[in-house]
Design a binder for this molecule. Structure first.
Ligand SMILES: Cc1ncc(COP(=O)(O)O)c(C=O)c1O
Length: 392
C-alpha cells in the first residue's frame, strides 16, 4: 500500500476555511490559540489525484460550463458497487450542489409548507434548520441510548406523527454518535415508512467512514421494495475531505420521483453541476481508495486514543463509542459540571472550538461534539488542554 502522511500539521488559518477562519464570526471565540474541532471536515490533504486534477485544470486555464458526465458516472457507480455492493443505473444519479441542497429540493418537491418531517434526534443540525426554513413542521423523535449506543424508538415515533407527516429524514450512519444502523434496523425503518405512507430521504454521506467491525448497509439494498419512496443522498465530500467541491449526488431509482426532483432543480436554475466539483470528486472516486484505506485506521486510532484519554481525565464523562464518522460525542451529564460550565472549560479554558449538543436537537442537551479528524499531534494537544481545563 502507498504511504500517506496524516501526521503532517497543515496551517489553515487565513485560507477561508470555515473551521479555522469562522470561529469568531460563528462561535464568538477569538485568538490565535483556538483549536477548532467543530465543522465536519478533516485537517488532512485530500487524495493527491484531486490536487493533480485541479492543477491540470488550472494549467489548461479555460473554465467553461460542465458537460459529458460519463467519466464521473463510471467512477461513482464503480465506487458504490465496490464499496457498498450497490449497483446503480447511471440514469438514477442526479448531481446536486451538496447533500443539504438535495434535502432542500426534496422537501420542496415532496411536501407542502406545514407538512410534518421526521428526524431522529439528536441529529446533524442542518436537517432541522433546513426543514424549519422550508416552513415544514420538524418532528424530532428522540433516539434511545441502549447499552451505550443509539437506537430508534419506532413506537414512540408512531405516537408523534399524523396524516400531515410526509417525510422521514434518516442519517445513516448517524451523526452525531456514529451509529451504523444494522440491516434489520433499516428494514424496520423502511417498513415503517411504507405503512405510514412516508417518503424516506436517506442521507448516507458518512457511508465510507466506518470502523473495523462495522459495515454500512445502503438503505436501498436493505429493503429494495422501498425504491418507490426512497431518495438516497450521498457525496464524496466527507469521505475524501473535499467539501469545497460543493457537490453531492441524489440516487433515485424511481423515475417518477426522479423527474419531480430533477424538475425542482431545473425550476431553481440549479440543474447544472459545478464543473470544478465534479472533476474533484471524479478523481477522488477513481483514485482515492488507497488513501481512504490508509486514513480509516488512522482515524480509528484517534478515536481510541481520544476516548481513552478523556474518560481517564474527566471523571463521569461518557464517550459514545463511534462505529463511524470522526465526530466524537461526549456526554457531560455525570461529570458534576453543568453543560454551560463544561462548555466554558472546553472553549474558554482549553480553547477548543466544538459543536454544542443542543444544536443537534432533543437529546443533545448535555453533549459536546469534537471533530477528531486531525493529525495525532493536534489530537494530543487537545487532550492535554482538556486535562488541564478539567483538573480539579
Ligand atoms: C449527515 C450530514 N449530511 C450532510 C452534511 C453536509 O453535506 P453537504 O456539505 O454535501 O451539504 C453533513 C456535514 O457535516 C452531515 O454530517
Amino acid at each position: 500500500m502507498m504511504s500517506f502522511d496524516f501526521d503532517r500539521v497543515i496551517e489553515q488559518r487565513n485560507t477561508h476555511s470555515q473551521k479555522w477562519d469562522s470561529v469568531q464570526s460563528r462561535l464568538g471565540l477569538s485568538g490565535p490559540d483556538i483549536l477548532p474541532m467543530w465543522v465536519a471536515d478533516m485537517d488532512f490533504q485530500a487524495p493527491a489525484a484531486v490536487s493533480e486534477t485541479l492543477h491540470r485544470m488550472a494549467n489548461h486555464g479555460v473554465f467553461g460550463y460542465f458537460g459529458e458526465d460519463g467519466e464521473f458516472k463510471r467512477a461513482f457507480c464503480d465506487w458504490m458497487r465496490n464499496r457498498h455492493q450497490f449497483e446503480i443505473d447511471p440514469d438514477w444519479i442526479v448531481n446536486i450542489h451538496g447533500v443539504v441542497a438535495g434535502l432542500g429540493f426534496a422537501l420542496q418537491s415532496f411536501s407542502e409548507p406545514g407538512d410534518g418531517v421526521v428526524v431522529f434526534s439528536p441529529v446533524y443540525h442542518a436537517f432541522g434548520s433546513t426543514i424549519r426554513a422550508a416552513g415544514r413542521n420538524l418532528i424530532e423523535s428522540p433516539l434511545k441510548i441502549v447499552q451505550g449506543r443509539y437506537e430508534m424508538d419506532l413506537e414512540l415515533l408512531d405516537s408523534q406523527i399524523d396524516e400531515r407527516t410526509k417525510i422521514m429524514v434518516l442519517c445513516s450512519p448517524h451523526n452525531p454518535g456514529g451509529r451504523v444502523w444494522s440491516r434489520q434496523e433499516l428494514i424496520d425503518i423502511c417498513k415503517f415508512c411504507e405503512s405510514r405512507d412516508l417518503l424516506l430521504i436517506s442521507d448516507e454521506i458518512h457511508q465510507d467512514l466506518v470502523f473495523e467491525g462495522h459495515k454500512h448497509c445502503v438503505t436501498a439494498n436493505a429493503y429494495p421494495a422501498i425504491a418507490d419512496r426512497l431518495i438516497t443522498l450521498t457525496a464524496a465530500t466527507k469521505t475524501f475531505n473535499v467539501a469545497a467541491s460543493l457537490t453531492g449526488h441524489a440516487i433515485i431509482s424511481d423515475a417518477r420521483l426522479r423527474d419531480t426532483f430533477s424538475n425542482a432543480l431545473r425550476g431553481a436554475g440549479s440543474a447544472s453541476p459545478n464543473r470544478v466539483g465534479i472533476e474533484m470528486v471524479t478523481a477522488a472516486y477513481a483514485h482515492g481508495a488507497d488513501w481512504l484505506d490508509a486514513l480509516l485506521p488512522y482515524i480509528q486510532a484517534n478515536r481510541d486514543r481520544f476516548e481513552e484519554a478523556v474518560t481517564r481525565s474527566i471523571p463521569g464523562i461518557r464517550s459514545m463509542r463511534l462505529e463511524a464518522t470522526y465526530l466524537a460525542w461526549l456526554d457531560f451529564s455525570e461529570t458534576g459540571y453543568s453543560i454551560e460550565e463544561a462548555t466554558d472549560r472546553v472553549q474558554e479554558i482549553a480553547r477548543i472550538a466544538v459543536n454544542k449538543g443542543l444544536s443537534f436537537g432533543k437529546g443533545g442537551e448535555n453533549w459536546l461534539r469534537f471533530n477528531i479528524a486531525c493529525p495525532r499531534a493536534t489530537l494530543e494537544e487537545a487532550i492535554s488542554r482538556l486535562q488541564t481545563a478539567f483538573a480539579k
